[in-house]
Design a protein around this ligand. Structure first.
Ligand code: PLP
Length: 381
């Protein structure tokens, strides 16, 4: 496993040394339960609350508006189902988009079985929703809009502040799945009119198995997990203290370095995009050239199967992702790529590269030369 060139940061990221270091004591030496009243318990409580303050600070929220969960998917579930069930008396209509992560799409499908009506907005070729159509879709039954901050496959960043304004004007709650945006884009939930936001630590150099959900103070939502009174009685279960401490540290580092980090990834991304377009014929960049996540580049390679490309890259020590749903386990073309107008065949020739902090220009050179060779070889067969 040495010297793997990792270009799949949208899928997960390695835990940073400094993050791991802060987590470790809470596995053994500092093992107390945050709900216990003796000192080791109280120290765990303090560690959890300090992490909560760090999360709040990163998005300009208040600590009492942050709930810790087990992952980004759970945060999406708790926000959308929680708000929907608790506000059903006001209406049963939800608006989302066709390119959401399955954690949002399948949650909405579940709610349809519970009597909710869901509008799935189309996106244009670049992956953007239409604000005018969003506003026209609102009815007097609409209680929630859930639109992702940035797309995990094509990187497109939605006009979040404008969506927030529309939601506010119509008195509708606005949730955003910001799992990909967190650590990549500066977020201010007040300035952007965001009522609820999901994040996941393992997407910004924190550990797997821990996420956070912001829900604006005063918004009623139903808990999905019953039991003890943890997380202000909204999410039962003894807190994952090491994970929460790791999430707090990771978000602090990410936010303190966001400008430098952003600049580096934009440089690497644009360098890769230019190199691919220069060296490989018959390619198509999916998504928007500029308005996309800093480290994201998604290309369709004509006459090439994405899965085959992935396996050949893997043999050369390169980890990337293809265009099919969640990249494995299914043969279906990506719902995101279909939604931006690709044919099933072009969608299946997609390769997603997502860069991270540890990538260098030399890594990109190796990636491009290997890719050029492999694409040429596959097309010859
Ligand atoms: C990864 C991801 C999720 C799910 O997060 P988990 O922590 O893996 O559950 C949700 N939404 C988006 C946009 C993601 O990229």
């Amino acid at each position: 496993m040495n010297k793997i060139k990792y270009f799949d940061h949208a899928s997960t990221t390695p835990v940073k040394e400094e993050v791991l270091k802060e987590m470790i004591p809470y596995f053994n030496l500092e093992f107390g339960n945050p709900s216990s009243l003796y000192s080791i318990g109280r120290r765990n409580r303090r560690a959890v609350e300090e992490a909560r303050e760090k999360v709040a600070r990163a998005i300009n929220a208040k600590p009492n508006e942050i709930y810790f969960t087990s992952c980004g998917s759970e945060s999406d579930n708790l926000a959308i189902k929680g708000i929907a069930f608790e506000n059903k008396h006001k209406g049963n209509h939800i608006i989302t988009s066709k390119i959401e992560h399955p954690a949002v799409l399948n949650t909405c499908k579940m709610l349809e079985q519970e009597g909710f009506k869901v509008t799935y907005l189309d996106v244009n070729k670049k992956g953007l929703i239409d604000l005018k159509i969003l506003e026209e879709s609102i009815t007097d039954k609409t209680i929630l809009i859930s639109i992702m901050f940035a797309n995990n496959e094509i990187g497109t960043i939605q006009p979040i502040k404008e969506i927030g304004k529309i939601a506010k004007k119509h008195n509708i709650y606005f949730h955003t799945d910001a799992v990909q945006a967190m650590g990549n884009i500066k977020i201010d939930v007040n300035n952007m009119n965001i009522d609820s936001l999901s994040m996941s630590a393992h997407k910004f150099y924190g550990p797997k198995g821990v996420g956070a959900l912001y829900i604006r103070e005063g918004i009623p939502f139903k808990k999905l997990q019953d039991g003890g009174h943890q997380e202000k009685d909204k999410r039962a279960g003894t807190e994952n203290v090491p994970g929460i401490v790791g999430l707090g540290k990771a978000i602090e580092i990410a936010n303190n370095n966001i400008d430098r980090y952003n600049k580096k990834l934009v440089y690497l991304r644009d360098y890769y995009i230019n190199q691919v377009e220069e060296k490989i014929p018959d390619v198509k960049l999916n998504g928007d050239r500029v308005n996309r996540l800093p480290g994201n580049a998604n290309f369709s390679f004509k006459y090439v199967d994405g899965e085959e490309l992935l396996l050949d890259l893997d043999a050369k020590g390169i980890a990337a992702s293809s265009g099919s749903a969640c990249s494995s386990g299914t043969d279906a073309p990506s719902h995101v790529l279909l939604a931006i107008g690709l044919t099933a065949e072009t969608a299946k020739g997609a390769l997603r590269i997502t860069m991270g902090e540890e990538n260098t220009k030399e890594d990109i050179d190796y990636l491009v030369s290997t890719l050029t060779e492999i694409v040429r070889k596959i097309r010859k067969n």
